[in-house]
Design a binder for this molecule. Structure first.
Ligand code: FAD
Ligand code: FES
Length: 503
C-alpha cells in the first residue's frame, strides 16, 4: 500500500526542510524510515525500535545515536547497531546521497559483521554464564557480537530459554501478549550462535581455583571466565494454608502460566504486596475479569520508591479499575475459597498471589568465596573479588559513579546493560559500569518511566499534573536531582537520563 501522506525519501527530500538535529519520518518504498540530520551529515535508519517497535522519531538524538522513547534502547545512526539494551537487534540503515538541494535515500546497507569498537584483546579459553535471564542473554549476545568465537555455555535453572520476564506480570498475564512474544531469541539462535544452552540445570558449586562450574547432574564445565547472573528469588511468606488453598509466587514464565490456569477457574483473587509486581498482577487479573483484592503492609503503594503522592495516584488508578485495597494488612490464613487478613477481615479468594519482595540467592557466591554484602560485590568493571569471575544483574552490587555509593538494583534494562558491559570486559575492554539506572512499570494505560536512583530524598517536585497523566517528578536531595519519574513525557525522561550521564 502506498502511503502518499509520508515522503518517499528515495525521491529526494529538500535539505532546507530538515534542520540540524531534526528527525523526519518517511519511507523508502514500503519501508518506514527516519531521516536524521547531524550537522552536515544525514542518516537514514529504520523507523521502529527492535524491542517493542516504538517510533524512534519520538526519541532523542545524542551524537551519532538515537535513543528509543519507550525503554531507552540506543542505536548507532551509522551502523544501526543496538548499542544498549533492551533492544538486542540492529535497525536497518540506508545509504544517503546529497545532490544539489536534496538528500536522497538509496539502497539498504548490509550490516557489518562486527560492531564498531569491537574489543577482543583478551580471549578466554571458554566462558560459562550462570543464569538464563536478562543479564545472561545480553552477555552471550554481546560476546558473540564482539567476535568471541570460543566455547560459550549458558546454564539456567529455568525450564524455558531466556524470555521477556517483565511481561510475565503484564500483557502475558493479562492475556494480551501471545506466547510468541515471550522468547528473547528464537530456538535456532542458540545453535546458530554456538551457545551451549543447559536448561532446567543448576550450577551447584564453583571451583574458582580449578576454574570449574559443577552442575546438579554431576557434570562440570571448565571456564576461562565466568559470569554470575543468577538474579533474585521471591521472599516466601509464612502463612497458615489449609488443604485446597492455592498460593502462587511470580518470577518465571511457568509461574505466570500457573496463575493463568488458576484464573481460568476462578472468580476472585487476593494479591499480597503493594509492590510493582503485586500491582501489575492485580491489573492483569482485572483484565481477566476477576474480582481482585490487594493487601499490603505499606499505608500507600509504592511510596518507598515513588513517594506518597505518586503512590496514592497509582492506588486511585487501580481503584478506578476495580481493585479493592486493604492497606496496612497482610494475610495470615489462606483457605480454599477465602483468606483472612491480619486485621481479621475475611475475603473471598479462589487463589492468592504473593508479591512481597525478592532477595538475591547468595549461596553459590558464598560457596565460591566471592565477597558478598547484600549482593555480590564487584569493582567498576563488574569483576568480583575472584579474578575471572564477573557478576551482573539483580545479584550484583557495584560502585555507582553517579551516587558515589555501591548500589544493587532490580531493573531489566540495568541487568541487560550490565550483561553487555561484563561481556565486553570478559574480552578485555576494561569498560567501567556507568549505567544510569532505568526502569518502567505499566499500570493499565499508564506507563511510569524512572531514571536515576533515589533511596532517600528530601523533596519530590511535580512538574505537570498526575491527574492528567502528563508529568515529571524530580526526587532531590539538597541541590542534587537523584532521579526523575515521568508519565507521558518520554523525551523528558531521555533528557534526564542523558543529563545524569554527564560526569
Ligand atoms: C514479574 C516481573 C516483572 C518485572 N517487571 C519489570 C519491569 O517492568 N521493568 C523492569 O525494569 N524490571 C522488571 N522486573 C525485574 C527484571 O525482570 C529483573 O531486574 C531482571 O530479570 C534481572 O535480570 P537477571 O539476569 O539479573 O536475573 P533473572 O532475569 O532473574 O535471571 C536469573 C536466572 O538465573 C537462573 N539461576 C538462578 N540460580 C541458578 C543456578 N544456581 N544455576 C543456574 N541458573 C540459575 C534463573 O533460573 C534465571 O534464569 C520484573 C521482574 C519480574 C519477576
Ligand atoms: S520499545 Fe524501544 S526500548 Fe522498548
Amino acid at each position: 500500500m502506498q502511503r502518499a501522506d509520508t515522503p518517499d525519501f528515495s525521491d529526494g527530500y529538500p535539505i532546507q526542510d530538515i534542520g540540524d538535529g531534526a528527525i523526519v519520518s518517511g519511507r523508502v518504498g514500503e519501508q518506514s524510515v527516519i531521516l536524521v540530520r547531524r550537522g552536515q551529515e544525514f542518516f537514514a535508519v529504520g523507523a521502529a525500535c527492535t524491542h517493542y517497535h516504538a517510533p524512534l522519531a519520538n526519541g532523542l538524538l545524542v551524537e551519532d545515536t538515537v535513543r528509543c522513547p519507550m525503554h531507552h534502547a540506543c542505536f548507532s545512526l551509522r551502523t544501526g547497531e543496538a548499542l544498549r539494551a533492551p533492544a538486542l537487534d540492529p535497525i536497518d540503515t540506508w545509504r544517503v546521497e546529497m545532490l544539489a538541494d536534496k538528500v536522497y535515500v538509496r539502497e539498504k546497507l548490509t550490516p557489518s559483521s562486527r560492531p564498531s569498537g569491537a574489543h577482543c584483546s583478551s580471549d578466554p579459553s571458554s566462558v560459562v554464564i550462570v543464569g538464563g535471564g536478562a543479564a545472561a542473554v545480553a552477555a552471550a549476545d554481546m560476546l558473540r557480537r564482539n567476535g568471541y568465537a570460543g566455547p560459550l555455555a549458558m546454564v539456567s535453572a529455568d525450564d524455558a530459554a531466556p524470555y521477556d520476564r517483565p511481561n510475565v506480570s503484564k500483557d502475558y498475564l493479562a492475556g494480551t501478549a501471545p506466547e510468541e512474544w515471550m522468547p528473547l531469541r528464537s530456538t535456532s539462535y542458540y545453535s546458530e550462535q554456538r551457545i551451549d544452552l543447559h536448561l532446567k540445570q543448576r550450577v551447584t558449586s564453583i571451583d574458582t581455583a580449578g576454574r570449574l562450574a559443577h552442575l546438579a547432574d554431576g557434570r562440570q564445565l571448565a571456564y576461562g571466565a565466568l559470569l554470575l547472573a543468577t538474579g533474585v528469588e521471591p521472599i516466601r511468606l509464612a502463612v497458615s494454608a489449609t488443604s485446597g488453598s492455592r498460593i502462587f509466587y511470580l518470577r518465571t514464565l511457568a509461574d505466570s502460566r500457573a496463575i493463568i490456569a488458576a484464573a481460568a477457574q476462578a472468580k476472585t483473587a487476593l494479591v499480597v504486596g503493594a509492590s510493582f509486581i503485586g500491582l501489575e498482577v492485580a491489573a492483569s487479573l482485572r483484565a481477566r475479569g476477576l474480582e481482585v483484592h490487594l493487601a499490603g503492609l505499606d499505608s500507600v503503594p509504592l511510596q518507598r520508591v515513588l513517594g506518597p503522592v505518586v503512590g496514592a495516584f497509582v492506588q486511585r488508578l487501580h481503584e478506578s479499575k476495580g481493585v479493592t485495597f486493604h492497606l496496612g494488612q497482610s494475610v495470615v490464613r489462606v483457605d480454599a475459597n477465602h483468606v483472612t487478613l491480619s486485621g481479621g477481615t475475611i475475603l473471598p479468594a479462589d487463589f492468592v498471589v504473593m508479591g512481597v519482595g525478592v532477595k538475591p540467592d547468595l549461596a553459590l557466591a558464598g560457596q565460591a568465596g566471592l565477597l558478598i554484602d547484600r549482593g555480590v560485590l564487584t569493582n567498576e568493571f563488574l569483576e568480583t573479588s575472584v579474578p575471572g569471575v564477573f557478576a551482573a544483574g539483580d545479584i550484583a552490587r557495584w560502585p555507582d559513579p553517579h551516587s558515589g555509593e555501591r548500589i544493587r538494583v532490580e531493573h531489566w534494562v540495568v541487568a541487560q546493560r550490565q550483561g553487555q558491559i561484563a561481556a565486553r570486559n570478559i574480552l578485555g575492554a576494561r569498560e567501567p559500569c556507568a549505567i544510569v539506572p532505568f526502569f518502567w512499570s505499566q499500570h493499565y494505560e499508564v506507563a511510569i518511566n524512572y531514571v536515576g536512583h533515589a533511596e532517600q530524598w528530601d523533596v519530590s517536585a511535580i512538574d505537570g499534573s498526575l491527574e492528567s497523566r502528563d508529568c515529571a517528578i524530580s526526587y532531590r536531595r539538597g541541590e542534587r536531582t537523584l532521579a526523575v519519574a515521568t508519565i507521558s513525557r518520554d523525551l523528558q525522561s531521555l533528557r534526564a537520563e542523558h543529563a545524569f550521564e554527564a560526569p
